[in-house]
Design a protein around this ligand. Structure first.
Ligand code: G6P
Length: 488
């Protein structure tokens, strides 16, 4: 940590993932998702600390067992050495924790995704998944965090991440009263009524668990205020909207917001690498006059279907664009152990096929849909788009908007949902869209493609400037400064 205290990081997905190659040799890859990339900026602050995460692959489990289920040192892809500890979770318990409670139940509530007249049904199945999945996994993590804190004399700063661990802080505090607990929620915090979807027996412990922290952090002011409202309305606690605090017994819990970002310098350097340039060349050869791009996990919150419908509408409204534009959709398959996500991927595939059948010609496929996890390809495409579609239903932050705006080389225009956390920073320079208004999105796409070059240039420059100014370093610094201040 900045001064004297060791840092203990906790996230479900860890910084590395172990596997086996074709020859049966062990491989080590970086953990998936933008969140891990951002958190890896914290590694240099770990010092004597440790990063605790779930063992997600068979090989993660093997490696963890080889180290007696204790912490061990890794060297990551950036050649940094630090301690990690991977927790082996029994598969049935993991399924209940991850695929029934964390995703979809909590994720869907926090992104307002449930279709309430139909779903969710809270039955014995969900109760069992909570009691024998979410609770034990949180207990297991809390135990290990407490052990690691105790091994460091009972004093440490613990930074927990996301909705997987709402019950951990309260339990760690019971065992380690001198610890400083900081919890970053990377997803939206919805208004209190959204939480009423959950019965009190599940809802109250989740929120109370989270209130075991000293600081609960979000990406935007709106989420922080929603959190205070939730504590006031659902738990009848005393909150101070000026100081942004909640009173819990004799403790005060602070809520804060810090917009997460990317390491702008490293990202720009990567965009310029020979690997990315090679793929860029290929994409350049395949492109039509205009390129619309989206890069997302196949998550329901990302609103892929309405994006395709908007493109369909735009092609209907502007037949002169036929054969001149391609919508490249680079989608990373996500959470394929959760039924809702499997169905969603199928719907995306079918809708793209329908649009292509309707508008396509023998040598033009309007939607170029690619399902894979190819970071180099995404990076190359970022450089080439004329319009980048980021139209989520709700999104905690959305780093794609930042990544694309930073490295684009064609003064491409960002078409941005007003419900993305990143809207607070980039909304003024993007074309705003309402995520449910398909005609609005179709018009926005057309406007982006036909905007005059000067305006495009000014908007893209403004976006890139904001991303460079509010970069990952600032995100980390602001949190560390506040931790120092709040610890007194
Ligand atoms: C979001 C969440 C992260 C999560 C990531 C990928 O960014 O905030 O906690 O790691 O999605 O999801 P996955 O379920 O694959 O870890």
């Amino acid at each position: 940590m900045a001064d004297d205290l060791p840092l203990i990081l906790v996230s479900n997905r860890g910084p590395v993932q172990f596997g086996l190659d074709d020859a049966g040799e062990r491989t080590q890859q970086r953990g998936g998702g933008g969140l891990v990339t951002a958190l890896s900026g914290l590694v240099r602050l770990l010092g004597e600390g440790v990063w605790i995460a779930a063992a997600l692959t068979d090989e993660d489990v093997e490696v963890s067992r080889e180290h007696g289920d204790k912490a061990f040192t890794i060297t990551d892809q950036l050649d940094r050495e630090y301690l990690i500890r991977m927790l082996e979770i029994e598969p049935d318990v993991q399924h209940k924790f991850y695929s029934i409670i964390a995703n979809p139940l909590l994720w869907f509530i926090q992104h307002y995704l449930w279709d309430l007249s139909n779903v969710p049904d809270i039955t014995g199945h969900e109760r069992d998944a909570f009691e024998h999945g979410y609770v034990p996994v949180n207990e297991q993590f809390a135990d290990v965090v407490a052990q690691e804190v105790e091994a460091r004399g009972g004093r440490a700063v613990v930074m927990l991440h996301d909705y997987h661990f709402y019950l951990v802080p309260e339990r760690v505090r019971e065992r380690c009263p001198d610890v400083f607990l900081h919890h970053f929620v990377h997803v939206p915090w919805p208004q209190p009524d959204a939480w009423r979807t959950l019965p009190g027996w599940m809802r109250d412990p989740l929120i109370r668990g989270l209130l075991g922290n000293d600081v609960v952090a979000f990406h935007t002011e709106r989420y922080a205020r929603n959190f205070l409202l939730t504590c006031q309305e659902l738990l009848d606690l005393r909150v101070d909207f000026g100081e942004l605090t909640v009173r819990v017994g004799d403790r005060t819990v602070a809520t804060r917001w810090y917009p997460i970002s990317i390491d702008a310098e490293a990202f720009e350097a990567l965009a310029d690498s020979p690997e990315v340039r090679a793929v860029e060349k290929q994409l350049e050869q395949q492109r039509r006059e205009f390129l619309i791009l989206r890069v997302d996990r196949t998550d329901l919150s990302k609103n892929v279907l309405r994006g395709f419908k908007a493109f369909d509408t735009m092609l209907e409204d502007h037949p002169e664009l036929a054969e001149r534009v391609t919508f490249l959709a680079l989608l990373v398959p996500s959470r394929q152990d959760v039924d809702e996500y499997i169905e969603y991927m199928d719907k995306v595939r079918r809708l793209a096929a329908d649009v292509n059948l309707k508008h396509g010609t023998t040598d033009w496929q309007p939607i170029d849909l690619r399902f894979d996890d190819d970071f180099t390809q995404s990076m190359a495409a970022y450089k080439l788009f004329d319009a980048l579609v980021v139209n989520p239903i709700f999104d905690g932050m959305n780093l794609v908007a930042k990544e694309g705006s930073l490295v684009n080389r064609r003064d491409g225009v960002l078409v941005l949902s007003e419900h993305a956390g990143v809207y607070e920073e980039l909304g003024a320079f993007a074309i705003s869209v309402h995520p449910f208004d398909i005609q609005d999105q179709a018009d926005a796409l057309y406007r982006a493609l036909t905007m005059d070059p000067e305006e495009r240039h000014a908007r893209r420059n403004a976006c890139a400037r904001v991303v460079r100014e509010n970069d990952l370093g600032k995100w980390l610094r602001m949190q560390l400064e506040d931790i120092e201040r709040i610890r007194g």
